[in-house]
Design a protein around this ligand. Sequence first.
Ligand code: GLU
Length: 419
Amino acid sequence: MITTIRKDNAYDVAMENFDTAADAMQLDHNTREMIKYPERMLTVTVPVRMDDGSIRRFEGYRVQHSSCRGPAKGGIRFHPQVTLDEVKALATWMTWKCAVVNIPFGGAKGGITCDPKHMSQGELERMTRRYTSAILPLIGPEQDIPAPDVYTNSQTMAWIMDTYSMTKGYSIPGVVTGKPISLGGSLGRNEATGRGVFYTIQCACEHLNIPLKGATVAVQGFGNAGSVTAQLLYEAGAKIIAVSDSTGCVFNRDGLDIPELINMKAMCGHVDGFPDSEPIHPQDLIALNCDILVPAALENMVHADNARSVRARIIAEAANGPLTPEADRILESKGAFVIPDILCNAGGVTVSYFEWVQDEQHLFWEAQDVYNRLERVMKSAFRDVLKIHLDKKVPMRIAANILGIGRVAEAVQIRGIYP
Ligand code: GLU
């Protein structure tokens, strides 16, 4: 649903969210100076030979926000709206996210400003490989580990892994996560973000006494996170009444047939025109009368101008940064329960951590083992955040930030400053 993108700067949002939590936990000035800002930012020019023989220049970024608790970790995004500020915001959120689920990683993010929907596989491969070569000094299994994000996938990771390995002279699968299984990927990584979102929704429903069976759900964005979340909620007996993607929005008050919708999206590339549904305007999705709203698209989708229209009781942030701080305040005053992104969508990076551990050990786990461990991590993180929310009487986002920022602050304080 790219039509409603707002101009709110994601990095300003990330900084404001940091300050709010740091104030609430009375974090001292020195620690703030050490943990708030990105450690490293690299901007690269990526020239690519296009299929018609011409050369096109793309701009790419890799930002390492923190490496205090372990290697920097985070995805790579291919999207026309990628900017350095967006990548800085996403890298910052990765740091707190990894700390919330207590995995030994810092935070990073990368991106290329491009329109992958209008590029061939060959062009994408050449762009990915040249970008990898440009950021090569920064990445590595002990340094900084990329993964998929918006419009990148396991094939993208395979190209990165191959480019990195060819340069080093031997295969190094641990340099990326979200790889194909045949290259050392983990079972369950592809569905991990949606599965994690599902576990946190289960916890929220339990906390609020909302039966998941029969609960009504609207899902904004039908990429990897949105579609897997919808599928698992559907299997649990929830009614998915609306789904949108960048092409349109489909609605059925009695519930959409999600497996069929996933099939159609895989075949035709869009949800628009799905049988047994009526089209509605994508912007109307967030105002639907439903129990659970799942923003699974991009940043700033719920903002000052439309937050008042939200009627859902639970907002599960499958996307990163879908609510602006102003939207947070409006939803808080309406009594909505927000499962914040750095908790809600942390299942992806959690299974990335499992993948990295398996690669390091050359020992691979069963799918059920991955699911069980993921469920334990997500549900225990939810309990930790909920406890802070209830004890300190702060919104869930601030509670999650207090937990994440607190863990990073503790690590920085024990390490001390070099030199
Ligand atoms: N891109 C995902 C995120 O935003 C996953 C990152 C990772 O697995 O490193 O959390």
